[in-house]
Design a protein around this ligand. Structure first.
Ligand code: UDP
Length: 340
């Protein structure tokens, strides 16, 4: 029997989840994946085993299905934590289908919290988002920045999940939780074995760039260049997915040292903003190619500019970013070229 602490990773074959599986194993835990591949591919598991050099346990379960998850847990020992990624994340789709988002994102969290209580799992790390800050009064946000009323059902589910976790922690002496507010994850594993696999037409900037460079998309449209920013295009805090994954390990390690009722939120960003045009030009430069792009209209609902103050995560989690935007854009392109 494994003596290692076992960590359930829901959505462990998704973009951030898969990179987190690698880092969790590297840190000496056993990673157990709960994933029904609805937004990913089973071959990601083979890639994860290749990178990690070990067998990885996987359960094909829906995180809304308490019975399926509890059956899986009954076959495991030493489960100490859950990192919960499994969720829907397309802002536009959430506007068209809010019920799906509330059902999948909030529904699955309720089942995960029941499971944590019933199986006495002490640590929960939750995937949140800087979307909770909406359009901030100042572009640089700390964890104290006001949480705004959500402008999309997707954003609303992240706020509701954070609130639910805070209440759950207060009501349960065992549970400790960490809420990780992601800025814009990009890049891929340096091995180019895993990365982002968008379903259909990408909504996010970097997969759209790499698919355009590869010829899958004809042209990238920059959504507006008349904002009050450094060059008129939106500014975001783009963070390498491996750095983001590493923060989950640091969060777990910190949670393990905490007393009852621990619940903290952390911004995960680099602390530096980049405009859409800066990302495009850096991508062209580091990969030595030209991208076909045009300037188009603004995309409704886009935040003008936002970046993280990551001091709290730096100081309390002992975490900082190791990769640059250039590394991330190189790795994204290597990964794109490696997808069949
Ligand atoms: N963006 C763009 N063209 C695209 C996709 C995105 O100009 O095809 C811009 C978008 O307007 C935003 C930035 O890229 O300013 C990041 O968008 P993404 O959807 O990746 O992240 P989010 O808006 O959620 O921060």
């Amino acid at each position: 029997m494994s003596e290692k602490k076992q960590i359930i990773i829901t959505g462990g074959t998704g973009f951030i989840g898969s990179h987190t599986v690698v880092e969790v194993i590297k840190a000496g835990f056993d990673a157990i994946i709960f994933d029904d591949f609805r937004n990913s591919k089973p071959w990601i598991l083979d890639r994860l085993e290749k990178i990690s050099g070990c067998k990885i346990k996987h359960f094909d379960v829906d995180c809304n299905n308490y019975n399926a998850m509890s059956t899986a847990l009954n076959s495991l020992q030493n489960v100490t934590g859950i990192i919960h990624f499994a969720a829907d994340k397309a802002v536009g789709e959430s506007v068209l289908n809010p019920v799906k988002y509330y059902e999948n994102n909030i529904g699955s969290l309720t089942q995960i919290l029941k499971l944590a209580k019933d199986f006495e799992i002490e640590h929960l790390v939750f995937s949140s988002s800087c979307t909770v800050y909406g359009e901030p009064a100042s572009p640089i946000v700390t964890e104290e920045t006001e949480i705004k009323k959500a402008t999309s059902p997707y954003g609303a589910t992240k706020i509701a999940c954070e609130e639910l976790i805070q209440f759950a922690v207060q009501s349960d002496q065992k549970l400790k939780a960490t809420l990780l507010r992601y800025f814009n994850p990009i890049g891929a594993h340096p091995s180019a074995e895993i990365g982002e696999l968008p379903q259909g037409i990408p909504n996010n900037l970097v997969p759209y760039i790499t698919q355009t460079a590869k010829g899958i998309r004809e042209q990238l449209t920059v959504f507006g260049n008349d904002y009050e920013t450094i060059d008129g295009t939106n500014v975001r805090d783009y963070i390498h997915v491996v750095d983001l994954a590493d923060a989950h390990v640091k969060a777990l390690q910190r949670s393990i040292k905490q007393e009852a009722n621990f619940c903290e939120a952390y911004n995960l960003g680099t602390g530096k903003g980049s405009s859409v045009l800066e990302i495009i030009h850096t991508f062209e430069e580091v990969n030595d190619l030209k991208l076909n792009y045009v300037i188009g209209d603004r995309r409704p609902g886009d935040v003008v500019q936002i970046w993280a103050d990551p001091s709290k995560a730096n100081n309390e989690l002992g975490w900082s970013c190791k990769y640059t935007i250039k590394d991330a854009l190189k790795h994204s392109w290597s990964w794109e070229q490696n997808i069949d």
